[in-house]
Design a protein around this ligand. Sequence first.
Ligand SMILES: Nc1ncnc2c1ncn2[C@@H]1O[C@H](COP(=O)(O)OP(=O)(O)OP(=O)(O)O)[C@@H](O)[C@H]1O
Length: 761
Amino acid sequence: MPADLTKCGGDCSMDGKPNPDSSSPDFLRLVQAALKRHRPRPLGAMQSNCIRPRRAVLPQRMVSTTPSSDVSTPQEDTSSKDSLNSVLPSQNPDAQKKVHFSVPTNSASHDGKPTDLDNLSSHMSSLRFAEMEWVEGSQIEASSSSSLGCNQQPGFDASFRCDTGVGSVLPKKSVVTQDNLQKFTSFLSQPATQSSVAGPSCATTTSVHSTSAPMLNSTTRYSHLHQDGGSSVAAESFGELNINPRRIIEGVVQLDNVSMKETNRMSVDQAEAKVQASGSCIDDAELASSREGNGSREQQVGLSKESDNSKYYSDVGKGKEAVDVATVQPQAPLPATITSSSDVKLESSKVEKREKTATSKGASASRKRTYDPDLFFKVNGKLYQRLGKIGSGGSSEVHKVISSDCRIYALKKIKLKGRDYATAYGFCQEIEYLNRLKRKENIIQLIDYEVTDKALLEEVMKGSFSNKDGRVKDDGCIYMVLEYGEIDLAHMLSQKWKELDRNNQTIDENWLRFYWQQILLAVNTIHEERIVHSDLKPANFLLVKGSLKLIDFGIAKAIMNDTTNIQRDSQVGTLSYMSPEAFMCNETDANGNIIKCGRPSDIWSLGCILYQMVYGRTPFSDYKTFWAKFKVITDPNHEITYEPVSNPWLLDLMKRCLAWDRNQRWRIPQLLEHPFLVPPVPSHPSLSQDHSCKLLQLISETCTYDLEASQLCSRLQRLLSYPVEKTNQSLNSRDPQLKLLSQISELCIQLHERLTNTENK
Ligand SMILES: Nc1ncnc2c1ncn2[C@@H]1O[C@H](COP(=O)(O)OP(=O)(O)OP(=O)(O)O)[C@@H](O)[C@H]1O
């Protein structure tokens, strides 16, 4: 079974029912005991999803406000071409990044039901995954078994309320331990940020370590994020001094064998002298940056005063590493706040000088290790100290890290060695998408990245893909430095439902509205960019500074310019959130059209998320195995069960998203206008005594599920109740009176037609 597939479950035991395959009392006792030892940390703790999904992008155009067929002929705006097209899957059919499972092409009948289960079965077994591994409710087993692809870390809690597709992996320790403290102080004192000779970051990463940064009690101390998304541990205390921490951090050139205190007190001139004396390759441009960044000596003095007060800083700075000159090629452009003013000052001659240095030193020198790889990651010459593992997907490990300027990030490391080029190519596409989504506030921000296999990266960037059959031989890795998310929606939901269960309550509608709207806005952002995510689930929404942001574009796909759909070679997604068409992708439907996935597929996943937010479980959580889910989700006649809810609009909303026919599903702009989010203005209290509106009230009550009729009723109510407010003019003269009457009669006719049509259906 492919490793990715194991993550697809997402169908961990979220509904609290025992997994029949793991119900051995002894086993459960052991697992429970283990979990009890590791209580989750609340906010600030790291999480991980245990069982991962797979998923899809679309070319640039406005999102249609009307649903359109996914099986349709080209409908998209062909004029909008973008760079992503060059790496579209259809152009590179083998480039499917994450192949979870592939349902045989002929295994489904036109109505979507599997007709040749034997074929399907043999196909699936050829992929070497067993049905039992998909048993829903096996979250705990999944968490504790690497065979299920969830490498839960010790010290993490794995308790769930529902099948979020995420292992609740809250790190027991997200702060630097005393043991690591010394190493970290050394890190701060060392020339951790090297000049990346050829990269764009080289001009910006003249390294400088703030000695006054509060020590690494990062979960509690980092107080606000900068624009680049990094959580600045230092920011809080700098703020007190009314000093721009960035300028100071970037301004002080850190030297080896110079204690932190000394460095603090060192003037810019002294720093320059030291740099020159050290024979490092930090050039004038960086020193210029140093000058500019430092602001004033007074600032440094202020800074050192603060650092003097910190017991942590008294014995640091005995760095052993020399300033390292990395020769990493330019890759991700750094965000504005990371790009220092030195960028501007870099003259072309100096850039050339750097490039020469880089070339002469050779590639091997660039990655020469002068740091402890167990403690640090190096990305484009910048060191990041590990603070703890956040989680691991089928393809990656994600770590919480801190940079030398005391910002907290998430670092995603994908090992490429042994992978086929098509898969590796797909991984690189995530970078492509994240670059495309830069500065989109509801998408996690990529701060920096490095692909150690330069040839591969070059191919992705050029959009070519020649080495289709080969495997990555080198010890290649992709490193992505990402904005750090405090908690994901899966864990938030898990905690919320625990709380609700404890107090015997149901979900608070305003809570629901708040997060649902953010979810919609985030997905709208990618849909507007013609990207289909394909793996929407609670675990892929991270809370960053109180806002939900979308992550994991590992299997996202771009919609071609001339279509509304993405082309897939295999089904992708997390089972519990997968749309019927995702299960049947590339099959033929009843009309002989090829079934494709598009934005409606994401809407289905959103429906599953909303359902889970409302009920605490996903719509198909009762169906435990892969086959049971496959059968029920692909059955157009299957009726999803909806328990009663107090707000009929909420029910309506879930149904709009979970319509089996993808053409019936609402698009995001419509969902954003749905009455659940934008409730109709309630009638004025006096209206209840107003007999003229009684009829409308009665009609409203009988057409709860008819959005259009309800809206017509409320418009009529408003016109009748507040005619002046509506017309914005006096009704004393005949003209406005007649105008109003004609408006009312028009609405009455529309309502009449609507109700007649509904009756006749
Ligand atoms: N920026 C981030 N901040 C905090 N946590 C993150 C961040 N990015 C990812 N994570 C966490 O790390 C884990 C793995 O991340 P991600 O889903 O991106 O990996 P992946 O390998 O692409 O997963 P898969 O391939 O299985 O879908 C998840 O639990 C996620 O919550």
